[in-house]
Design a protein around this ligand. Structure first.
Ligand SMILES: NC(=O)c1ccc[n+]([C@@H]2O[C@H](COP(=O)([O-])OP(=O)(O)OC[C@H]3O[C@@H](n4cnc5c(N)ncnc54)[C@H](OP(=O)(O)O)[C@@H]3O)[C@@H](O)[C@H]2O)c1
Length: 247
């Protein structure tokens, strides 16, 4: 078991003290909110993004509350970018891997280009696959993989075909990997937020009621809740719906 782990016996259960947490897409939106929520004196946050300015701001916001912050700047749409990220993370075990980075190409399916399709697959599906495959083997019992999926992982929406394709794919993949990892006591926590008020909506055509959307901090709270459970408890799935109904 990792030397970075602090284990306390409570009856017949034990609690994992989180230490090394990798969050992809932490430069803004939900990823940054998760970083701010999980920042703690005994935590090293490995924060990934592409936008150097936004990522620097995210790191600055949490660094005084953490044991350490590592900045990781890589494009996850490419195999090279993912492998560079893996190299930079190194061989020390992760206690939590949070697959959050994502893109949304929103347009009629006849207009989706091959590049957009491949980009969506690369960032939303292939990168989480490669990161799980690389890191799960070193993760100690009681550690967690968190996937920020979407209600679009379970329901199709007009105009969202490429996005739904990617989220359904990660849903099926992660459900299967969850079963493979149970014997290692690694928890697969899937989060399904409805519309959340982040910059991802800036490029989506239409009038979206941003004030009715979930705040990214609420998604972060759900992640923190799941991670705070005893290592014997797996919060497999959390769905966050818009209280006002589908937007
Ligand atoms: N907002 C919603 O309504 C909603 C609802 C359900 C699920 N989600 C999911 O939540 C996750 C976060 O979304 P968000 O709403 O917080 O979006 P966001 O504000 O647009 O942030 C997306 C993050 O992903 C990173 N990213 C995008 N493309 C990348 C690439 N090619 N390589 C590396 N990083 C890349 C961005 O990095 P840079 O900006 O630094 O490039 C950014 O940090 C996504 O998986 C999304 O599908 C969002």
């Amino acid at each position: 078991m990792s030397s970075s782990l602090s284990v306390r016996i409570r009856g017949d259960s034990f609690r994992l003290k989180m230490k090394r947490i990798l969050i992809t897409g932490a430069s803004r939106g939900i990823g940054r909110a998760i970083a701010e929520k999980l920042a703690a004196p005994d935590v090293t946050l490995l924060l990934h993004g592409r936008d150097t300015v936004a990522l620097a701001e995210a790191c600055k916001a949490v660094q005084s509350q953490c044991a350490g912050v590592v900045k990781l700047i890589h494009d996850l749409a490419t195999a090279k970018g993912v492998s560079n990220l893996i190299s930079q993370v190194g061989t020390d075990p992760l206690d939590v891997l949070i697959n959050n980075a994502g893109i949304a190409v929103v347009k009629p399916f006849r207009e989706v280009t091959s590049d957009e399709w491949n980009q969506t697959l690369g960032v939303n599906v292939t990168a989480p696959f490669l990161l799980m495959q690389r890191f799960a083997g070193q993760m100690p019992p009681g550690s967690s993989i968190v996937n920020i999926l979407s209600i679009a992982a379970k329901t199709g929406f007009s105009g969202w075909s490429a996005y739904c394709m990617s989220k359904f794919a990660l849903e099926g993949f992660s459900q299967s990997v969850r079963e493979e990892l149970r014997e290692h006591r690694i928890r697969m926590i899937n989060i399904y937020p409805a519309a959340t008020n982040t910059e991802i909506w800036d490029d989506v055509a239409g009038n979206w009621p941003r004030d009715k959307m979930i705040a990214p901090e609420e998604v972060a709270s759900a992640v923190a809740y799941a991670l705070s459970q005893s290592a014997n408890v797996a919060v497999d799935n959390i769905t966050l719906s818009n209280a006002a109904g589908n937007l």
